[in-house]
Structure formats: C-alpha cells, structure tokens
Design a protein around this ligand. Structure first.
Ligand code: SF4
Ligand code: SF4
Length: 154
C-alpha cells in the first residue's frame, strides 16, 4: 500500500497558488503567496487537511511531494510535517540526474544533521540534484549539500 498524507498539510503552505479562475459556491479565485497557509487548510487535522478537498483547484490536485510518491527513496521520518523540509521533483537534467526542489518550511529545519546526511547519500546513490527553493538563513541559492553544510555552519 502506498503512503498517505495523513495530517501533513505542508503543500497547503509551501507552494504559491495562482488560480484566479477557480470558483466554488461563495468563493472566487484562490491566490496564495508561498509560505503562507491556505485559507482552506486544516493543518494537523487527522482526515483531509483540506476543508474543500473535493473542490480544490488543479494546482492542488496535481501537486505531490517526493515523500508521498517515492517511498523507496524517501525515509518515513522525512514526511514534510515532521522534518519541516519538503522535497518536490523538478526537471530531469541533461545528464539524466533528477532535479529536486528543496523547501525549508521552518527556519533552520535544513540544518538538521540527519537531513543533510540523507541528502548527501541520495545525491551519490540516487543521482538527485538539489535545488534550494527557499532557505531562510541564506536566501535562495543553488547549492550542493557539501557547500550547504559549509554555509550553514558559518
Ligand atoms: S507535502 Fe506531501 S505528504 Fe504533505 S500533504 Fe502535501 S503531498 Fe501530502
Ligand atoms: S485548496 Fe485545499 S489542498 Fe489546496 S492549498 Fe488550500 S487547503 Fe491545501
């Protein structure tokens, strides 16, 4: 059996949502800045964390994080609402390696040693290339985990 989101609602906070044409009874458009909670989110709720799940816009229907879809690569403890880091599949690079967006949901979450260690291993073993979408301390940057450790330890 595959994984389920459970009480995680990380993707109701992390991505930007631009759905001006979305509508539902009494609601017109769904626009959300990155790193803000959606007005329909119920983080921590053990059921659907989306209060309008059946009517959610296409951006939400299409979104999956790698923890959900790649259980063999992503350990259980990396679930975004537990690790506070969200990994999202990005484009395949010309050399065949897989780009991965890394979103730090809580300031400092990416300084957890076991996450950095896991990223180094995944880079070597699974050919993942990490692209940092947001790092609260160092700003946006394309860094590899080795350089990232250097930055974070300054
Ligand atoms: S971030 Fe991943 S695990 Fe969490 S709710 Fe979204 S798709 Fe599910
Ligand atoms: S509409 Fe639902 S699934 Fe989409 S961001 Fe809001 S709470 Fe999450």
């Amino acid at each position: 059996m595959g994984r389920e989101c459970g009480s995680c609602a990380a993707c109701c906070k992390v991505p930007e949502i631009e759905e001006p044409d979305w509508s539902m009874e009494g609601e017109e458009g769904l626009m959300k800045a990155p790193f803000t909670w959606c007005r329909f989110a119920r983080p921590g709720y053990e059921g659907s964390c989306c209060s309008i799940y059946a009517h959610r816009p296409k951006t939400c229907v299409d979104f999956t994080c790698m923890w959900l879809t790649n259980p063999r690569t992503m350990p259980e403890w990396l679930r975004p609402n537990r690790s506070h880091v969200c990994f999202v599949a990005d484009e395949i690079l010309e050399d065949g390696r897989k780009g991965v967006q890394v979103w730090e949901m809580v300031p400092g979450a990416l300084s957890q040693r076991r996450i950095v260690e896991w990223m180094k291993q995944a880079q070597d073993r699974n050919g993942l290339v990490f692209k940092f979408g947001n790092i609260w301390k160092v700003g946006e940057a394309d860094l590899d985990p080795e350089k990232f450790v250097d930055v974070m330890e300054v």
